[in-house]
Design a protein. Structure first.
Lengths: 307, 553, 235
């Protein structure tokens, strides 16, 4: 068990390493303009030469990769080209906003997706089930930025039920959270539905029914618990997808989170920040996967999770 | 100093402006300012630096005016008034010596009193090449400034990269900058300069404390210390800026506001929705898309305050790179584009430009007509220049400006009709300001807001061939004409107002002929103030001044 | 004004759909090849490929696409050593339809691999495959003649749903302004361009968004329908 765990951690680390190398290569293929970017519009050739030295721009790619990885090991993601703020700091100051937004969204969609999934499994094949399927598919097909704008326009601007933008208090995260929730509700409702259906066919449930356990208890106590396990796994892996939606929602509502940072950095050609955000999200995903995997095996030791 | 005619027309403009905004409840009755309250503003992109050597964008100017003060200032009629100087300067008979008695009791936000030496230091900063000031040209006419600058350049080449390094090469000071005593500043110029006082009323003359600049070094740009009504309390890059009242401000009772909160990030649509919902107090410019809708709304129309545009939107045509090195091609460009159509997309609020000046500039010649829209003539000129088959070119355009994009699209279509294929290069944010444009950029959409109404300001920057530099040059057409350069020399020394006007009009006429820019339009727009925002000082040139505003709710 | 928008939306469909489908082809090609190799050969290869896929899965697609797009600023990559002037090996990284669908394809293939692999594993065990192998068929022949045709239905379903995804990604990149450059109209960039007018004329943003929604929804429903059809056929 311990050995498996260590193997898992080792592979996670390798994944991160490989991601770092990949990201580095991606963005640093030609470093030409970077010195000018950092120096600013009016720098003299001497200043630019000095910058090239400090940042080792003229060294061969391998050497620069080495420097980069060494820095990474110290938790140093470099400095923004534009503001000279350390990238790590830039990301960490924005993390709470993104985390709060995501947490609110997850709670919102789970609260609706779980009952929906259970009930549609219970009443499988009914109009309710089919209707939910259609709505779920619609939810997956919505473009995030469009939904955000629509809801901002109708619910905040026209009806005034929510503030239009900015993060001035937790109330400001409600509408953005709702937008995110709507984007993912469909997927999770169907996922729970499918898992519930599968579990309900299993021997375990047949035994419970044979023992005379009530339908209610069968569904909610026994089946649900088993159905939720893969959901938790998917939730962990879905951090990547969630970040994608978060990016657009933060943009529309002008929330100071990691998403806005990523978008701004692209426009500013701020390479360290772009790399830093990609790497950081990869780290989050890998970490989330690891945690979920461990929990999964701990919750249900019967299951031999294939690595 | 402002000629009577110009003063009259500007006053007329302002009356028109106040009359148009007459729906506002402010009217003629001034109310007593209320103390306390927060002003909420927003900006779509972050500011870069609050160091007076680097303040560039209009928004940086707004924040600059909150944190700093200048030697002189302009009142609502564009007249010069003293600010940190006690009175307007005494100017010697030969017009070369300016003596400024300084106000006493003005303190920086760190508590120390502002003295004449601080001005000497602040101006020297612009001249020291190691500070990379965009504004050294404004002070280069001071006696000894050039020698000072060259001495510092030599020190830099010798390895003293920081402006804090001890000065070793003579001259160690600028001969013409003298602190006669604690409260008297004297400046001596090489040549008479008609707009020198005007320059001292702009952000170029913001005063900074030496000890704070030296202590903070490069970080000063993000942690400015000045003697203005507010102090920068917090700047979270890309997120927000907060300004707090400066308890040491020299005008007791001011500022009225407790804080200013600036949100960084909302785009145009979010901004207007926020304003209409009361989440913002001020919007510097209403987009033409919203204009009619706001005008029709009984509540919102009272929030609108019209502004005559001080800037011309233009496309620079790099005169050093083919094909724009041929004046015929440049004139062809001006004939090929239907500028009235661009204006129509702005609901016709403004006018088609015949040059780089607008009605707010003193020498604006309303008798000059713009290039007529004549695609046939354009083709003729192109054929004459040897481009009968047209050519391909790249246009750099700032992607987040709705106005620039609209103009660019019309230009692209019209130029295609005469055989010129234009490809866009959209850039945003920081990328707008970098790059060696001289060798690489042929066409760029841009505009220039003057700092004051004298035409020398705008024209010097945009068409003075002697001010061209390789990097960070605003004369992005890289245009240099001997005749125009000579006229500039004449103009800067000419104090007689009507003679000045004539000189600059002649410059405009030559520039019109040479067409180094594709002159587009000048746009009028509106500011938005919430009904509870009072005390905003409108100005014809810069955006309005907000430091003395108050919230009345 | 209304007819104008509709016309633009239809015109924009051309670009959006082209990029979406092209990206899907790229993603499918990569995903299927990797899934096939992993499932068929097993062992170390499978392990390595799966790890590689997982690694790619952990990178949020949109962020990666943004990072790629940021690099596309007209720079030229010299794939040849400086000494040899083989300029045909120079690649110019510019924003355009080709680079866009390549980017989107490169970030969306990981989702397909596991499913394809799973199917390959299943088909591999079927009796007729065993029989063919017993008759001495080579691996290549097995793959081409026996495995591939049988996983084709799965691939088609995946392709449908992947296209839905790529269209959403393309719209997202277009919205951020890093998709296909002007004056080509795509639904995403139409929404972005319409934003300053949005409050006064909301339909400028509503209509292209509905176009995206309807197209993606149709593709998703198609995929689901096909999937159901396949399952009932199997039973």
């Amino acid at each position: 068990m311990i050995r498996r765990l260590l193997m898992r951690i080792f592979w996670s680390f390798m994944t991160l390493l490989a991601t770092a190398v990949l990201t580095f290569l991606l963005v640093n293929v030609v470093p030409g303009d970077a010195a000018h970017l950092i120096a600013g519009p009016k720098a003299s050739p001497e200043v630019i030469a000095q910058i090239r030295e400090t940042y080792h721009f003229d060294d061969p790619l391998i050497v620069r990769l080495g420097h980069y990885l060494a820095q990474l090991a110290h938790g140093d993601l470099g400095q923004s080209y534009v503001t000279e703020q350390p990238v790590t700091q830039a990301i960490l100051t924005r993390l709470p906003t993104t985390a709060a937004l995501s947490a609110i969204a997850v709670v919102m969609w789970m609260v609706i997706a779980v009952p929906l999934g259970v009930l549609t499994a219970r009443f499988r094949g009914s109009w309710f089930d089919r209707g939910t399927l259609i709505i779920a598919t619609v939810s997956l097909s919505l473009p995030a930025f469009w939904l955000a704008r629509m809801m901002q326009y109708w619910l905040a601007y026209k009806l005034g039920w929510f503030p239009v933008a900015l993060f001035r208090g937790f109330g400001h995260l409600l509408l953005p959270g709702m937008v995110l929730a709507i984007l993912f509700i469909g997927y999770y409702a169907r996922l729970i539905h499918t898992n519930m259906c599968e579990v309900l066919e299993s021997d375990y449930i047949r035994t419970a029914r044979a023992k005379g356990v009530s339908e209610q208890a069968v569904h909610f106590k026994h089946a649900l618990r088993n159905a939720m396990i893969p959901v938790v796994t998917i939730l962990g892996m879905d951090v990547a997808g969630l970040l994608g939606g978060v990016l657009f929602v933060e943009n529309v509502f002008a929330l100071p989170g990691i998403g806005t940072l990523a978008v701004q950095s692209v426009f500013n050609l701020d390479v360290p920040i772009i790399m830093g955000t990609v790497l950081f999200s990869a780290m989050l995903v890998v970490f989330a996967n690891l945690v979920v995997d461990i929990l999964y095996r701990w919750i249900d030791p019967r299951i031999q999770a294939a690595f | 100093m402002i000629p009577k005619l110009a003063r009259f027309s500007i006053a007329l403009l302002l009356c028109a402006r106040i009359a148009l905004g007459a729906g506002a409840p402010e009217g003629a009755q001034p109310q007593a300012p209320k103390r306390g309250g927060v002003l909420r503003l927003d900006t779509s992109s972050d500011i870069h630096s609050l160091d007076p050597t680097a303040i560039y964008s209009a928004f940086e100017g707004i924040v600059g005016y909150m944190v700093y003060r200048s030697l002189l200032d302009f009142d609502q009629n564009e007249n010069l008034i003293p600010m940190l100087a006690e009175t307007l300067p005494q100017i010697s008979a030969d017009r070369l010596t300016y003596t400024f008695p300084l106000r006493r009791g003005v303190r920086f936000s760190n508590g120390r009193e502002v003295v004449a030496d601080d001005w000497v230091y602040s101006i020297e900063r612009h001249l020291d090449p190691r500070n990379n000031s965009s504004y050294s040209n404004y002070y280069i006419n001071i006696t000894g400034a050039t020698a000072f600058k060259e001495a510092r350049e030599k020190e830099q080449l010798a390895g003293a990269a920081s402006p804090r390094a001890p000065r070793t090469i003579e001259p160690k000071t600028v001969a013409g900058l003298r602190a006669i005593d604690r409260h008297t500043l004297q400046i001596h110029l090489e040549r008479p300069d008609a707009i020198f006082s005007d320059v001292l009323a702009t952000p170029v003359s913001f005063v900074v404390p030496r000890e704070e600049v030296e202590r903070l070094g490069g970080a000063f740009a993000a942690h400015p210390v000045g003697c203005g009504p507010f102090v920068l309390a917090e700047w979270s890059p890309g997120r927000s800026i907060r300004l707090d009242r400066n308890p040491n401000y020299f005008r007791t009772g001011e500022p009225h506001l407790d804080h200013v909160d600036i949100a960084i990030g909302p785009d145009a649509a979010t901004e207007i929705m926020m304003f209409e919902r009361g989440e913002l107090d001020y919007v510097p410019m209403v987009s033409s898309a919203d204009y009619l809708r706001l005008k029709r709304s009984p509540t919102l129309r009272n929030c609108m305050y019209p502004l005559v545009g001080g800037d011309v939107i233009y496309i620079s045509l790099n005169c050093e790179l083919p094909p724009f090195n041929d004046a015929r091609v440049r004139r062809a460009m001006n004939h090929a584009v239907d500028k009235q159509r661009i204006l129509k997309t702005m609901l016709n609020r403004g006018s088609v430009a015949h040059g780089l000046l607008t009605p707010v500039n003193k020498s604006y010649n309303e008798k000059m007509a713009p290039y007529p829209y004549d695609p046939d003539k354009a083709r003729e000129l192109l054929a004459e220049a040897g481009y009968a088959k047209g050519f391909e070119t790249e246009l750099v355009v700032a992607a987040d400006s709705e106005l620039f994009m609209k103009a660019a699209l019309v230009v692209q279509r019209d130029l295609a009709a005469v055989g010129v294929k234009v490809e866009f290069k959209k850039i945003q944010g920081q990328a707008l300001y970098i790059g060696q444009k001289r060798k690489t950029v042929s066409m760029e959409v841009w505009d220039w807001s003057p700092n004051f109404s004298d035409p020398e300001d705008t024209l010097n920057v945009l068409v003075n061939g002697e001010r061209i530099t390789d990097d960070g040059c605003n004369n992005t057409a890289f245009y240099s004409s001997d005749k125009v350069n000579r006229l500039f020399h004449m103009g800067s020394a000419e104090f007689d107002p009507s003679k000045r006007l004539r000189i600059y009009q002649r410059i405009e006429e030559q520039v019109f002929d040479d067409a180094p820019y594709l002159f587009l339009i000048q746009v009028d727009s509106d500011e938005l103030h919430q009904p509870w925002l009072k005390g905003v000082k409108p100005r014809a040139i810069w955006p309005s001044r907000l430091e003395n505003a108050w919230i009345d709710r | 004004m209304g007819r104008d928008i509709l016309a633009r939306v239809i015109y924009g469909a051309r670009v959006s759909l082209t990029v979406g489908i092209a990206a899907m082809l790229v993603a499918t090609l990569i995903g299927v090849v990797i899934g096939l190799l992993a499932g068929f050969y097993g062992g170390l290869l499978e392990n390595g490929l799966l790890r590689f896929t997982d690694m790619n899965l952990s990178l949020p697609a949109i962020l990666l696409a943004i990072a790629f797009a940021a690099v596309m600023d007209g720079r030229i990559i010299h794939l040849h050593p400086a000494a040899l002037p083989w300029h045909f090996l120079d690649v110019r990284l510019e924003r355009g339809m080709v680079s866009l669908f390549l980017i989107i394809g490169f970030v969306s293939w990981p989702g397909m691999v596991r499913v394809v692999r799973g199917q390959v594993l299943e088909v591999k065990e079927r009796p007729f495959v065993e029989a063919a192998r017993a008759l001495g068929a080579s691996n290549t022949r097995l793959i081409w003649r026996h495995v591939l045709p049988n996983i084709l239905p799965t691939i088609i379903v995946l392709a449908a749903m992947n296209t839905a995804n790529t269209i959403l990604l393309e719209a997202g990149l277009g919205y951020l302004g890093i998709g296909v450059p002007e004056p080509a109209a795509t639904w995403g960039s139409m929404i972005a361009d319409g934003q300053p007018y949005f409050v006064t004329a909301p339909h400028i943003v509503i209509v292209p968004g509905i176009a995206i929604l309807v197209t993606v929804l149709a593709l998703n429903l198609l995929g689901q329908g096909l999937q159901d059809a396949m399952e009932t056929r199997r039973q």
